[in-house]
Each structure stands twice: as structure tokens, then as C-alpha cells.
Ligand binder design. Structure first.
Ligand code: DC
Length: 452
């Protein structure tokens, strides 16, 4: 089932595009404006003063209104009679706008609209579909265009139907209707917070339909990807359930500060790096699924490569600035995931981490995703993994993203943020006795010497 909400002002082309999409996706198109139009028309025909809301409300029980779909096409029956095109006149447009501002009228039509979407895939157009009628719609689009462009389209439509009207009249009415629909206190015509706004001023109907179809397809692909991520999560969590206690036991893992780890929401773990086992030490210490940023070489190791892919590891090419890995990490954190990164970039067993080089990937991810950071310090005797050696995995207090005081990003800000997070990592433990990093004896960062 898919529910697509298309909201926007009159003349934006909602109905043409919704019809095209409905026929392409083989789903029902619901034109909710037609319901307000029908009530507006009834009230005019009954001589009711539209300015008198109470009078309109009093007459709501005087007629029957049915919404049917015959051969997939919407039909509205007023007292059993198909309203057809009688609801498409400029006079009825204004009446529809007037009655639609009355909360009781909106309430009267609410269930009718929701019920259709409950049992069918729909594309529904209106003013409040994404905000009120279908707040959980899978796709929400707010289609709009300049008043001039919309008035021109409406004018051409009406002339083609033989209505005698000038462009100026259409424009005036459109602006007035926009005003009514946007500024009313109940269900105003405004984009839902999660709607995609599409301005189609310079588009023809085919181009608008293509743009809308693309938005829908992108949304569907996004949903499928999320489904895949969830599948990965279950594999990860399934393995985690029995492997974590095993590793905690055999590696003599002693986690500390687990209360600092949020149960959900995007978060970045930033840890010192001693060896390949760091990944297991962190993963087995926590109950959250973590995407580790892992060097690309690991992905080509038979079996291991497959395993870490399934577990959602993020591949990074340490040779250069791996934009893809950083983007994947940002998107994981933005989507509420936990990401772990080792700012030292390489493993430094037996060396005081406070003295090693650092890279700015973690700071960049924190800046771009806006997520908070948990400093992690892995500590053991001599700063090296060794069989039966007790390992402490210390999770520090959450560093709020605002602490980094990011303004516009950039090298200086990243350097400062990296120092701040890594100082916290180092501050969690005491590696003071370990030898310091020696740049002349570093296989990862060989000092550049000129060839003679
Ligand atoms: O989309 P339309 O032009 O047929 O709509 C006619 C009027 O009905 C419009 O001025 C505002 C109102 N309307 C509404 O308030 N909420 C909807 N979901 C649809 C239409």
C-alpha cells in the first residue's frame, strides 16, 4: 500500500499530475477539492449565505454525499445524483473555498477521506492531506507555482470549456482564494514539515508529472533501502546476541560507562585504535548496532569481507579523502544509527595515543550530521592486546554537538573538534607510561624524503 499526498494552491496542476501518476501506478486518485466544491454548490443552490457559518453548518444534514469509484474514476453523488462538471465553475470555486474554512465542514468530510486511504493505495490531492488527513502518508508533495503561472493555466482551462472570463478576473479570484485557503485558522494550505516542495512554474504538465514520479520512485527506493538496513540489523543483532557474551568472556572485556550510550538516535563513537580487535571490543561491550568505519582492504578478505558487509561496516579508503565513506557515515548517523570511527586512522599498539597523529573524519561527520559524540577509550596493560589480558572499554560522557561550536566547517574547526574529542578519549584513561609516538619510526606516516 502506498499513500501519496499532493497538496498545494489552486492551479498548481495537482489534479492533472495526480491523474497521470494514478494511472501509471494503477492506484486510486482522490480529488478532495471536489467534496468541498459539492458542498459549496449545494449551499449556493439552496440560497444559503456562505458568510454565515452557522447557517452552513445547520444545512450539513440536509443532503447525502457519497464518494464512489467507478472504473477507477471518482464520482460524487449529491442526493444520489452525479455532480459531474457542475462543480467546476468559478462561482463554485469561491463557494468551496468559503465552506472549507468552516471546521465543522472539514470534520464532516474527514472520515470519508481517511476511510478511502485506509483500504486502498491512493494519491490524494487537496490542501491538508499531508498535514491532517494522511499525516503518515509515505510520500508528501507540496506542488506550487507563481500566482501568474497558475492563473494563466486556469484561465486557459476555463476558456477551453467555453466559460466567458478574463485573465484578470481569474487572477483576482485566485489570489483571493489563496488568501482564504492559506490564512484560515483550520487546516490551512501549508506544506507538511516532511513534504517535498515542488515549484512547477516553468513546467508543462508532462514535466510536472515526470518530476512527481521521480520523487515517488526515490521515496520508494529510500524505503526499500531502509528495509535492507533493517535486515542487516537483524543479522547483526542475531549474531550479537550470542557472540557478544562469548567475546566479553574470552577477551575479558570490562565495559564502563554504558549508561552514557543513548538507546537510540544518531551517535558517533570515537575511539583510540590499538588493533583489529577494537571493533569486537566495542561491539561486544554495547547493545547497540554499530556501523564501523573499516579500511577497504578488509572487505576483500574472503568471508570476513562478506561478514562485515552484512554487518553494515562502512568501507573507507585511507589512501585519500574518502568522500563516499564520510557521506555513508553521515547518512547512517542522520538516520538514527550509531557509527564508530577511529580518528587515529591506524592502529598504534603499545604507544601513548595522546601522542599519535589524528585525522579529521570524525569531526567532519559530527559537523555534517549534527550528532553527538561518545568518546571511547580501550585500555589494557602495555597498550597491546594479549591473550587473557583484561581489557577495559570505557565509554565517556556524551559530548553535545554544540560543544564543538561549528560555524561553517573547515579545517580549523575540524582540527579543534578532533582535538576536543580525542582529548576526551585520552582523558578517560591513563596511558602516561607508554612510549610516545615516534614519527621517524612510523610505517603508516613515513616522513617524505626526496629521491636523489
Ligand atoms: O482543489 P480545488 O480547487 O478543487 O479546491 C476547492 C477548494 O476547496 C479550495 O479553495 C480549498 C478547498 N479545499 C480544502 O480546503 N481542502 C482540501 N483538502 C481540498 C480543497
Amino acid at each position: 500500500m502506498i499513500r501519496i499526498a499532493i497538496d498545494g494552491p489552486g492551479g498548481a496542476g495537482k489534479s492533472s499530475v495526480a491523474k497521470a501518476v494514478a494511472s501509471e501506478l494503477q492506484i486510486i486518485y482522490v480529488d478532495t477539492g471536489a467534496l468541498y466544491r459539492t458542498i459549496g454548490m449545494y449551499m449556493i443552490n439552496s440560497g444559503i449565505d456562505l458568510k454565515n457559518s452557522q447557517e452552513v453548518i445547520n444545512h450539513l444534514g440536509d443532503f447525502t454525499l457519497e464518494l464512489k469509484f467507478i472504473d477507477g474514476k471518482q464520482v460524487i453523488l449529491l442526493d444520489g445524483v452525479d455532480v459531474g462538471d457542475n462543480i467546476r465553475t468559478p462561482e463554485v470555486s469561491m463557494a468551496a473555498s468559503a465552506v472549507s474554512a468552516i471546521p465543522e465542514v472539514r470534520q464532516y468530510l474527514l472520515d470519508m477521506q481517511r476511510n478511502i486511504a485506509e483500504n486502498n493505495s491512493v494519491i490524494m490531492d487537496g490542501r491538508d492531506i499531508g498535514t491532517v488527513i494522511l499525516p503518515n502518508a509515505e510520500v508528501k508533495i507540496f506542488l506550487t507555482a507563481s500566482p501568474e503561472a497558475r492563473a494563466k493555466r486556469r484561465y486557459e482551462e476555463l476558456i477551453a470549456k467555453g466559460v466567458e472570463i478574463t485573465y484578470e478576473q481569474v487572477y483576482e479570484e485566485m489570489v483571493q482564494r489563496d488568501n482564504n485557503d492559506t490564512n484560515r485558522s483550520v487546516a490551512p494550505c501549508v506544506p507538511a514539515e516532511d513534504a517535498i516542495i515542488l515549484d512547477n512554474s516553468g513546467f508543462n504538465p508532462a514535466e510536472t508529472a515526470a518530476a512527481v514520479v521521480k520523487i515517488i520512485k526515490d521515496k520508494q527506493a529510500e524505503k526499500e533501502n531502509k528495509g535492507d538496513e533493517k535486515k542487516e540489523k537483524t543479522v547483526y543483532m542475531k549474531l550479537h546476541r550470542f557472540l557478544a557474551p562469548f567475546f566479553r568472556f574470552v577477551m575479558r572485556l570490562h565495559p564502563h560507562g554504558l549508561e552514557n550510550i543513548p538507546a537510540e538516535g544518531g551517535i558517533l563513537f570515537c575511539s583510540n585504535h590499538i588493533g583489529a580487535l577494537d571493533v569486537i571490543a566495542i561491539a561486544a561491550s554495547t547493545n547497540r548496532q554499530i556501523s564501523f568505519v573499516a579500511k577497504k582492504e578488509l572487505f576483500s578478505v574472503p568471508l570476513l569481507g562478506k561478514l562485515i558487509t552484512v554487518l553494515g561496516a562502512i568501507k573507507i579508503d585511507r589512501g585519500g579523502n574518502d568522500v563516499g565513506a564520510i557521506k555513508a557515515s553521515i547518512s547512517a548517523a542522520e538516520n538514527g544509527g550509531a557509527v564508530a570511527i577511529f580518528p587515529q586512522g591506524h592502529r598504534y599498539p603499545g604507544i601513548n595515543p595522546a601522542t599519535t597523529p589524528k585525522r579529521n573524519g570524525a569531526a567532519l561527520i559530527a559537523y555534517r550530521s549534527g550528532c553527538d559524540v561518545i568518546p571511547v577509550c580501550i585500555q589494557m596493560k602495555n597498550g597491546k592486546y594479549c591473550l587473557f589480558r583484561k581489557i577495559d572499554v570505557i565509554f565517556g560522557e556524551r559530548i553535545e554537538n554544540s560543544t564543538f561550536n561549528f560555524q561553517n566547517g573547515g579545517r580549523d574547526e575540524y582540527d579543534k573538534a578532533t582535538d576536543l574529542m580525542f582529548d576526551k578519549v585520552v582523558g578517560l584513561s591513563n596511558y602516561g607510561d607508554l612510549p610516545c609516538y615516534d614519527p621517524n619510526n612510523d610505517k603508516h606516516n613515513k616522513p617524505k624524503t626526496k629521491k636523489r
